[in-house]
Design a protein around this ligand. Structure first.
Ligand code: UDP
Ligand code: MG
Length: 325
């Protein structure tokens, strides 16, 4: 493929502060890549508005009307980064040979897009952008992220270390991704399951251009938990193991106390009694909670609700005439 059509997909949620800059920089990037002959002049940038409450959609739409490389996809409400990204990928693949996903704040170095494309030309179907260091993160984010990757590894989930959602996927890879129908979505755990010819490209992650992170601690923890429980049943197995161990321990103690009763003298062990009640009670509650989490996930999956609803798509559908002006 000499000049593949590339679409860059950019999920945006309340990004009015950075949008102008990212539009400018990404547009310039595509122009350079076109001049270099790495991509077709039909290549586009698709901004996905994930139900923003600020001026984001108006800004995207205004750019779209100029008829350049910018296109917009408006979701009917906020569905979260992962689903917004998915909406963008599915819409983009219909008109592209390859798609690159990147965040609106351009924390990921857009200059490695060129390296992504060179790998695509070499025949790779998926190219993962991997951070070579995390200097731009706070110490807290760095260490929690590291523990997260380690934990995922221990419980047997195959993640590309230090890779977020900055990657290139061929149309073929996205077609395969579409067959993973799960509603509980953790893309960076699912994409490696596609297989196909994949490689990694390293880059240095910058600070946010402007605006605030949409992933505060609470959301980050929820997202990690989602990642673990939607990709692995190891935690639930672990609960079983813990349950079994505590059953064994209670057997041993039971025998010991019986032996004391018949052959020694029993002292009323209030402390040990109350401790074990609390311990077992806590374990039981925790286990029920975890089982509930999985049941909740199954419940969500069985409903087969749409993952996103598109309100307007200026990439694949004609722009409604009454909206022009
Ligand atoms: N985002 C989104 N929907 C959301 C939250 C975030 O589309 O509900 C987008 C956001 O606009 C950004 C990307 O997801 O383009 C990553 O968010 P952010 O940069 O805030 O996360 P961080 O880099 O701090 O982890
Ligand atoms: Mg960011």
């Amino acid at each position: 493929m000499d000049h593949p059509i590339l679409t860059i997909v950019v999920p945006c949620y309340n990004e009015e502060d950075v949008l102008e800059d990212s539009i400018l920089q990404l547009d310039q990037l595509l122009m350079n890549l076109e001049e270099e002959g790495l991509i077709s002049d039909k290549s586009k940038i698709l901004f996905v508005d994930d139900g923003s409450k600020d001026d984001t959609w108006r800004m995207i739409y205004k750019e779209t009307l100029k008829g350049g490389r910018i296109r917009g996809l408006k979701l009917s409400r906020n569905v979260g980064h992962q689903h917004a990204l998915l909406a963008g990928l599915f819409s983009a693949k219909t008109t592209s040979d390859c798609v690159i996903s990147i965040d609106a704040d351009l924390q990921d170095d857009i200059h490695v897009v060129r390296d992504f494309l060179i790998k695509f030309h070499e025949g790779y179907e998926i190219v993962y952008g991997v951070r070579s260091n995390r200097d731009s993160d706070t110490f807290f984010k760095r260490s929690t992220a590291q523990s997260f990757y380690k934990l995922m590894n221990i419980i047997g989930i195959d993640l590309v270390y230090n890779h977020a959602d900055f990657r290139l996927m061929s149309k073929r890879a996205i077609d395969e991704l579409e067959r993973f129908e799960e509603v509980n979505l953790f893309l960076r755990g699912i994409v490696p399951l596609i297989g196909l010819k994949s490689t990694q490209v390293y880059y240095v992650r910058n600070k946010r251009l402007a605006g605030k992170t949409k992933y505060p601690l609470k959301k980050m923890i929820a997202f990690s938990f989602e990642g673990i429980t939607s990709l692995s049943v190891t935690p639930i197995r672990l609960v079983m193991v813990v349950g079994f161990l505590s059953f064994l321990i209670s057997l041993v103690f039971g025998c010991y106390f019986l032996a004391l009763k018949f052959f020694g003298h029993t002292t009323t062990g209030w402390t040990s009694l109350i401790t074990s009640i609390w311990l077992i009670g806590g374990l039981q509650l925790m286990s029920i909670g975890l089982v509930g989490e999985y049941i909740g996930k199954i419940y969500k999956e069985t409903k087969r609700r749409p993952k996103f609803i598109i309100e307007m798509d200026t990439l694949n559908l004609p722009i409604p005439r009454h909206l022009i002006n």
